[in-house]
Design a protein around this ligand. Structure first.
Ligand code: B3K
Ligand code: ZN
Length: 885
């Protein structure tokens, strides 16, 4: 825990470092009750910072300093100043060598930052500021150094010793110990340092690069998981090829390693040449991982691999620039996933996620710009805004410049800044210079928080045959800024004629008509675009492919939305029309519920989904997406004041009505796909994902009928399926059903079969935590006592507590405040164990302004209780204090 009051750090205060580190030589002696870290730093005065020799201030936390030697002189305590976050000393000359030895305790490190132990192995997590928990250093990304690392450990327990770069030497030591030395020839910031020591097996493969170099690929896992690495390996090779073909990026070292660890704060980490992954982001095989898990593994493997260029070769100058690497890399991995699977479905999933969760963040107390101006704790800024909105911002540049222009820009960016630590401005500048473009107004996306609104109205002049669209943009105030300047909003659009065909588009003043879809840029607060030669009043299809992260509104009637669902040439907008229709219908039901009226579902939603369901020409994954009603979380996000009970009642009512009215269609498609699943061995590919997605959403509707044939089919799917996708869906469907005996039996069988597989047990916890049946909190509390649960493992906390508070809204928001109290207790407990996870789990409480006054009071009281709960980590302190401000 900190002893100093956490303070705000500002981008405007950035200064280049006073000293640089040319070489870093590390030796780790790993023991069971402590570890020793010897660091030799070859340093010099930063010429950019003028003359004179200011004091050298090194970062260091939770380190026991055993010795300091500066320029070969061992120092005494009188020669330096030591606080719990810094070591300050006076350099003797412009260049010098500093040697330190510190003692640390990986074996008791539950924060999982720095060097720690997970399931008996040593591993590291240094981004953003974890390296300072390993040794005294200039722990900032603009200090880049070459590293040599020697690891010494007991041979029997830790036969595998890894670090970044290439292995250069190894050998036996004394007392049953051994050592290995690794050298990373590429300069890197300390946050990309990694070390692993453990009893691991590895799966090996190789990749031949575009210039015919052989790269050894290794995935290291605990021995029992050796049979679950193939999918990650295949994904890695696809990623490497894709990055060559799409971005011209070749891998640089002779070896690329991935290590899977069980205790990890997030998905994975892109350490140079030695990626460390949460085992949930590596391990996947049909019997134990769902389709969603397979797709997540593919995406995360790609994401971390792509960081080798967008993040490692070209890194961030400071942590305010985090989106420089994260937004761009998410954009890159989305492009990859789109190419590997269905591009439209990938876009739908990304947008649904963004609109539900990032929009909520951007409207809440932690709202911040893609490039924030200030922070207390950088770990709190690995957010949906930095990642997902950051990716949307890069995507808009892609839309504005076109694929070719964007590639020219990225080539220039990588070439110009290779080996440097740079800013978002440098990225934009490369895009501008490569294209002769001016993105100065566009850059507001980096500095202004909040989700822009874009209200669109139309005017048709039959006599003049002109059709005008007027766009009005505005952006709500956010904690950082009240007044916002207009954004550049690229709007891809089309106009449909009465038959649903696209009209060739010609704006007033243009010589000829062009395509039926085009991108216009809205740059002013209010702006009108007039299309000419429009013979009849058209229906606009707006923001195709979700071309900008805005809340667009247009007064569509339900019939118009149904028309777009059927005729829009843009697949994303077909889905979105369906979502807008469902939102209108659900909001009507919410109103009925609030008015104490009987609920009545608009027949048009049933008809529209019936059409979708019977359309055999549609991609089945698309059908599955279209059948999914907007989530309760999304309905909450778009409400002024979210009525938890009404939202739940309305959505459940609609689901039941759809299930009853579409029973036959759903049953046919379920049975056809289930038959195919029985006949086909599991394949982790798009077409198969699509078939199972439709099969499974159909089953979840069908079970609402309570019919015995559906129960029988569910039990059969649960008992006989060869893959986790089908089995887990069957389990989830049972868990949410009223069939108590079958439910209990299935849960017991599942737990017995998979008790030795922690990742599968996570799913078992999650499915139960997500059950919206009454009594949710009691079930979660009971599950926390289950032997497979431990609060020290982040995956377990996410599976149980995260799923409960984040997805089980009706139970979490119980009117008596019991859900809030439970979460606050947990956060207080986690605050000492693992501040990053504590702070993440807090998110649902920070949204208190969304709810009725009774719930607001209860939620605020819990936030205040946390604030008063004694010494808070900077992570939790920042989120709680900002939420209450
Ligand atoms: N760069 C890491 C995230 C590190 C989070 C540190 N709290 C994973 C990624 O985005 O690839
Ligand atoms: Zn990343």
């Amino acid at each position: 825990m900190r002893t100093e009051q956490p303070k705000m750090i500002y981008l405007k205060d950035y200064q280049a470092p006073d000293y640089l580190i040319d070489e870093t030589h590390l030796t780790f002696e790993l023991f069971e009750d402590h570890s020793l870290v010897h660091a030799q730093l070859v340093m010099r005065r930063n010429p950019e910072r003028g003359t004179g020799l200011p004091p050298l201030v090194l970062d260091g936390q939770q380190l026991e300093l055993l010795s300091v030697t500066l320029a070969d002189q061992e120092l005494t305590a009188a020669d330096y100043q030591l606080t719990d976050s810094h070591l300050t000393l006076q350099p003797p000359s412009e260049t010098f060598t500093l040697d330190t030895t510190v003692k640390i305790h990986p074996e008791t490190n539950t924060a999982l930052e720095g060097l720690y132990k997970s399931s008996g192995m040593f591993c590291t997590q240094c981004e953003a500021e974890g390296f300072r928990k390993i040794t005294y250093y200039l722990d900032r990304p603009d200090v880049m150094s070459v590293f040599t690392t020697t690891v010494i450990a007991e041979q029997h327990s830790y036969p595998v010793l890894l670090s970044n770069g290439n292995p250069i030497a190894s050998g036996p030591g004394e007392d049953g110990r051994h050592w290995a030395t690794w050298e990373d020839p590429f300069k890197k910031p300390a946050y990309l340092f990694a070390l692993v020591a453990g009893d691991l097996w590895c799966v090996e493969d190789s990749f031949t690069t575009m210039t015919n170099r052989e790269v050894a690929l290794r995935i290291y896992v605990e021995p029992e998981n050796i049979d679950k690495c193939q999918h990650a390996m295949t994904s890695l090779k696809k990623s490497m090829r894709w990055d060559e073909e799409t971005y011209g990026r070749e891998y640089d070292l002779d070896i690329f390693m991935i290590v899977a660890v069980n205790d990890f704060n997030m998905g994975a980490m892109e350490n140079k040449g030695l990626n460390i992954f949460n085992s949930s982001a590596v391990l996947a095989r049909a019997e134990t991982a769902t389709d969603a898990a397979h797709q997540r593994v593919e995406a995360i493997v790609a994401h971390e691999y792509f960081h080798n260029w967008s993040g490692n070769r070209v890194t961030c100058r400071d942590w305010f620039q985090l989106s420089l690497k994260e937004g761009f890399t998410v954009f890159r991995d989305s492009g990859f996933s789109a190419d590997m699977n269905s591009a439209t479905v990938k876009r739908i999933q990304d947008v649904a996620y963004l609109r539900t969760h990032q929009f909520a963040e951007d409207a809440g107390p932690m709202a911040h710009a893609v490039r924030p101006d200030s922070f207390i704790e950088i770990s709190n800024f690995y957010t949906l805004t930095v990642y997902e909105k950051g990716s949307e911002v890069v995507g808009m540049i892609h839309t504005l410049l076109g694929a070719e222009g964007f590639r020219k820009g990225s080539d220039l960016y990588f070439e110009r800044h290779d080996g440097q630590a740079v800013t978002c401005d440098d990225f934009i500048k490369a895009m501008e210079d490569a294209n002769g473009a001016d993105l100065s107004q566009f850059k507001r996306w980096y500095s202004q928080a909040g989700t822009p609104r874009l209200a669109v109205s139309e005017a048709y002049d039959a006599a003049a045959k002109t059709y005008s669209l007027t766009f009005r943009q505005s952006c709500p105030p956010t904690p950082d800024k009240v007044e916002k300047l207009p954004f550049v909003i690229p709007v891809e659009l089309g106009l449909l004629d009465g038959q649903g065909a696209g009209i060739a588009l010609r704006l007033a003043g243009e010589a000829t008509a062009g395509d039926t879809s085009r991108v216009i840029s809205v740059t002013e607060a209010e702006q009108t675009f007039t299309f000419v030669d429009i013979a009849e009043k058209p229906l606009p299809s707006l923001l195709r492919g979700f071309s900008a992260p805005v809340k667009l509104s247009f007064p569509y009637s339900r019939d118009q939305l149904m028309f777009l669902m059927q005729h829009d040439s843009d697949g994303f907008n077909r889905w979105d029309a369906g979502q807008q229709l469902a939102v209108q219908v659900l909001q009507e039901l919410i109103g009925q519920h609030q008015a104490g009226q009987p609920l009545k579902l608009d027949q048009r939603l049933i008809d529209a989904l019936r059409t979708v369901l019977s359309d055999e020409s549609l991609d089945q994954a698309m059908v599955a997406e279209m059948l999914s009603l907007p989530s309760e979380a999304y309905l909450t996000e778009i409400s002024e004041v979210a009525d938890v009970d009404a939202i739940h009642a309305a959505r459940e009512f609609a689901r039941k009505q759809l299930a009853d009215n579409l029973f036959e269609g759903l049953w046919l498609r379920y049975q056809a796909n289930r038959e195919l699943s029985k006949q086909t061995p599991y394949v982790a590919e798009a077409e198969h994902f699509a078939r199972r997605a439709l099969q499974n959403i159909a089953l979840s509707y069908l079970m609402l009928s309570g019919k015995p044939e559906v129960l029988a089919a569910t039990l059969d799917q649960f008992d006989t399926s060869d893959n986790m996708t089908e089995r887990l869906t069957a389990l989830a469907v049972l868990v949410n059903s009223p069939f108590e005996a079958e439910k209990a039996q299935a849960l017991a069988v599942f737990a017995e079969n998979f008790k030795d597989n922690p990742l599968v047990m996570d799913q078992w916890f999650s499915v139960q935590a997500g059950s919206t049946l009454p009594g949710g909190l009691a079930r979660v509390k009971a599950l926390m006592q289950h032997p497979a649960f431990t609060i020290k493992n982040p995956n377990k906390v996410r599976a149980l507590v995260g799923a409960f508070a984040g997805q089980n809204l009706i139970n979490f928001h119980a009117a008596d405040g019991s859900g809030y109290r439970f979460l606050a207790d947990l956060v207080i407990q986690l605050n000492t164990l693992n501040p990053q996870i504590a702070s993440r789990q807090l998110a649902p409480l920070t949204r208190w302004r969304k709810y009725d006054s009774a719930r607001q009071a209860l939620m605020k009281a819990e936030l205040e209780r946390i604030l008063g709960a004694g010494e808070l980590s900077s992570d939790v302190f920042e989120v709680v204090s900002k939420s209450l401000a």
